[in-house]
Design a protein around this ligand. Structure first.
Ligand code: UDX
Length: 463
């Protein structure tokens, strides 16, 4: 099928590359010329395991093109994905101005022939109907110019034009760092909309994925496809993220109680996770959740509830538990070192989770800020940030090139991100290079006995 993806941020580029990989004819549109140039050469502007390989093979097979020409994209696609960012405004609401601009641009460029317009961006609930309205506005504006050149009236034309497209909500559930895997092995595909024709085309688009042609285990039954109305599909995305964030805040709260009563949260998580009603995923206690989705989506849902006169108390509590949890490492450092002024603290990891270069809402940023405020010197080593030299959003921290250099002269280390390579560092050597071999394991990632054998005072979260 002919697909156009507008916006080549994380979601758009992954979607475009994966759809091209399964055989569709994809054009990815972005208004950033530099980025388009980079992608044309097969390079990914974001770090995501497996993405540049898939881009490269799609370029070689001719299944993917990159361009900054929206009109060409709209002309090409029978399915048009809107995948631009909806960053949070200071009050927690989503900023939908990029979605609006794209929807208007699509309207202004619709050229005849039926199109499905797909909301892939995480948009506020109710946006499906709003996008339809904006597209119609875009069409009307264009019609006005055509009419002044002597055509029939807009009102006469609109019903005909409005029948040329439908809007579908198709939320994504990709995790950064495993986006390729998640795309080819989804737990479900959600399609929101009320047009049979549009839903039918979306099902056809995803057939190879539904039939698990590209899955790790091709013998599994087909992927469930859930068809809902527009608002329910939009709500599913928010509710899923809010639930997962709440689940993590819950186990973090249990961890804090474990710390006080001397229980081990990793065993508790195992014990409750074996209950199939609870499940064992997203029960890893630590220094809290971050990233581009959870904080933004939970705040947006709280905000929407508020707009409709409802206080989302449980979600608000999940956020406040998380805010406190993000400073748990600081509390533990103060307990271990007492005065932090004049001490040097080394952070193992900076990104909000492993296998990504994303620092958005990373717990490390809060920690750095608070340590600086208390007069401590902060150093860090992160496998990707140290390597790429990316320092976006980072200040008040000295980025070292390896873990041993990091340990040298530190009074304590804090494991902030559970990068796999942190399981095989030479911790005995690192302990010797430190002033005080204190290890705050902010992700309960290391083996406590092994750390003690390496010479560390080991402090986990709730264990
Ligand atoms: C999340 C959702 O998982 C995904 O479905 C959605 O589309 C986007 O948001 P992502 O932000 O990439 O994906 O990361 P995820 O792996 O879900 O982790 C989110 C945060 O929770 C990270 O900061 C992570 O460290 C933290 N986390 C996760 C925990 O603290 N404990 C856990 O058990 C799991």
């Amino acid at each position: 099928m002919r697909v156009c993806v507008i916006g080549t941020g994380y979601v758009g580029l992954v979607t475009g590359a994966c759809l091209a990989h399964i055989g569709h004819d994809v054009i990815c549109i972005d208004n950033n010329e530099e980025k388009v140039k980079l992608m044309k050469s097969g390079q990914s502007p974001i770090f995501e395991p497996g993405l540049s390989e898939i881009m490269q093979s799609a370029i070689n097979s001719g299944n993917i093109q990159f361009s900054s020409d929206l009109a060409a994209g709209v002309a090409h696609g029978e399915i048009l994905f809107i995948a631009v960012g909806t960053p949070p405004l200071p009050n927690g609401e989503s900023d939908t101005r990029y979605v609006e601009a794209v929807a208007r641009g699509i309207g202004a460029n619709l050229n005849g022939g039926y199109k499905v317009i797909v909301n892939k961006s995480t948009v506020p609930i109710g946006s499906g109907d709003w996008v339809r309205m904006i597209v119609l506005d875009g069409i009307a504006e264009r019609q006005k110019t055509l009419i002044s050149a002597g055509g029939s009236s807009v009102e006469e034309k609109l019903p005909e034009i409005a029948a040329q497209f439908d809007v579908v909500s198709n939320p994504e559930f990709l995790r950064e760092g495993s986006a390729m895997y998640d795309t080819f092995n989804p737990d479900r595909i959600v399609l929101g909309g009320n047009s049979q024709q549009a839903i039918g085309m979306m099902k056809e688009l995803y057939t190879p994925i539904v039939e698990r042609k590209f899955a790790a285990d091709t013998s599994l039954p087909p992927v469930p496809v859930l068809v809902t109305d527009l608002s329910s599909a939009e709500m599913i995305k928010y509710a899923a993220n809010a639930f997962l964030a709440t689940k993590i805040s819950f186990i973090n709260e249990v961890a804090n109680i474990c710390d006080r009563v001397g229980a081990d949260v990793t065993q508790v998580a195992k014990g409750i996770g074996l209950d199939s009603r609870i499940g064992n995923k997203f029960l890893q206690a630590g220094i809290g959740w971050g990233g581009s989705c959870f904080p933004k989506d939970v705040s947006a849902l709280i905000h929407t509830a508020d707009d409709y006169g409802y206080e989302a108390q449980l979600m608000k509590a999940a956020v406040s538990v998380n805010e406190r949890q993000r400073l748990i490492a600081l509390e533990k450092l103060q307990q271990a070192l007492k005065i932090l002024k004049g001490k040097t603290v080394g952070l193992l990891g900076l990104t909000f989770k492993p296998d990504t270069d994303d620092l958005r809402d990373a717990p490390a940023l809060n920690l750095i800020e608070q340590l600086n405020r208390l007069g401590a010197k902060v150093k860090a080593y992160d496998p990707i940030i140290s390597q790429t030299g990316m320092r976006h959003g980072l200040s008040g921290v000295l980025v070292e090139t390896d873990a041993e250099r990091l340990a040298d002269g530190c009074d304590a280390l804090v494991l902030v991100t559970e990068w796999q390579q942190f399981s095989t560092l030479d911790y005995a050597k690192m302990a010797k290079l430190m002033n005080h071999p204190v290890m705050i394991d902010g992700r309960n990632f290391l083996n406590p006995e092994a750390m003690v054998r390496a010479g560390f005072q080991y402090i986990g979260v709730g264990r």
